[in-house]
Design a protein around this ligand. Structure first.
Ligand code: C5P
Length: 315
């Protein structure tokens, strides 16, 4: 809860982290973004955003990767935070003043390849829509989300979705299964633009295929729809893994540690450096979590499951 407000005046929303179980990246476009074909999966690691009345925007952040828990705070509390921009954009759209206190409680580390900043922005849109009674439609919120960042629409939608364009054009994917993953989150984040730039460099140098043809997502979608788990394990892929490994050599050891500890497969999540390890079942995820935590390679190791719903009001 926001420290100085009675509970009845605040609105709370939460939004999930995502992993990309398929991430094919095309060449850079004229606007600097890369054309993607991706399959997003929302997993049960949530940031919580609490909003209340205020004058102007006042932002506070606590939790994973901030303040004492993460050394120097890496999550800004000024206009450069996506949540601030989300508040301004929604206020402008609704024709209301951008007045709110906003408290972000982070479980999803920043710059981890888990769309933590996007989750915060999505949760803020949902919470502020309720606080300000803007009555924005879901379609309006999705449109605002796409203006904030490539992954923000998915943070709103949740579940499983096919992403095209720069990732913001979504088609929901229906699948009956539930998958258990273990996330190994690194001590230091990776900058998403830096990883895309490294991909471009490696392609220009001929070190990896040029991305002229995007690998289709169909095998991943078929595996998600029908199982078995080994089928999904066999088709997980991420074009950003090679550049993430190029920038952070220690990730190779982290991926190997996950498969050595019994993961069905392990890959870098999005632009990294989080390692997402697919566990055979819930009990295996618990064992894998303990084994990876014991390796000392990660700051935090968490067992999660997915798919889960997108940004929602809480309580
Ligand atoms: O959309 P978002 O602000 O999350 O993107 C952050 C950065 O990641 C972009 O500025 C760009 O460098 C890179 N990016 C990209 N292609 C995408 C998505 C992101 O090059 N499809």
């Amino acid at each position: 809860m926001t420290a100085n407000l009675p509970d009845e005046d605040v609105v709370v929303a939460r939004a999930p982290a995502k992993i990309n179980v398929h991430l094919a990246v095309g060449p850079a476009r004229p606007d600097g973004f890369h054309e993607l074909s991706t399959v997003y999966l929302a997993v049960s690691l949530f940031d919580t955003v609490t909003v209340g009345p205020g004058e102007g925007i006042a932002l506070t952040v606590s939790g994973e990767g901030t303040g004492a828990a993460g050394g120097a705070s890496r999550v800004p509390v000024d206009r450069s935070n996506l949540v601030w921009r989300a508040a301004e954009l929604l206020a402008q759209h609704a024709g209301v003043p951008a007045d709110a206190t906003v408290d972000i409680r982070k479980s999803i580390p920043a710059a981890a390849g888990l769309a933590g900043g996007s989750a915060d922005a999505a949760a803020a849109l949902v919470a502020l829509d309720a606080l300000w009674d803007t009555r924005a439609s879901r379609a309006d919120l999705v449109e605002l989300a796409a203006r904030l960042g490539s992954d923000v629409p998915f943070s709103l939608l949740g579940g499983i979705a096919l992403g095209a364009g720069r990732g913001e054009q979504l088609t929901p994917v229906l699948a009956r299964g539930r998958w258990h993953w273990v996330l190994g989150m690194a001590r230091e984040g990776l900058s998403t633009p830096a990883v895309y730039a490294e991909l471009d460099r490696m392609r220009a140098a001929g070190r990896i295929p040029d991305g002229g043809e995007l690998a289709p997502p169909d095998p991943v979608i078929a595996a998600l729809r029908s199982g078995p788990l080994q089928a999904l394990a066999a088709v997980l892929s991420n074009d950003l893994e090679a550049p993430a490994l190029s920038l952070r050599g220690d990730l190779r050891r982290a991926l190997r540690a996950a498969t050595d500890a019994g993961a069905a497969a392990a890959l870098v999540s999005g632009s990294g450096p989080t390692v997402a390890a697919l566990a055979r079942d819930e009990a295996a995820a618990v064992r894998l979590t303990a084994a990876l935590a014991g390796e000392g390679l990660f700051r935090t190791v968490r067992a999660v499951h997915g798919p889960v719903a997108g940004a929602r009001l809480v309580g």
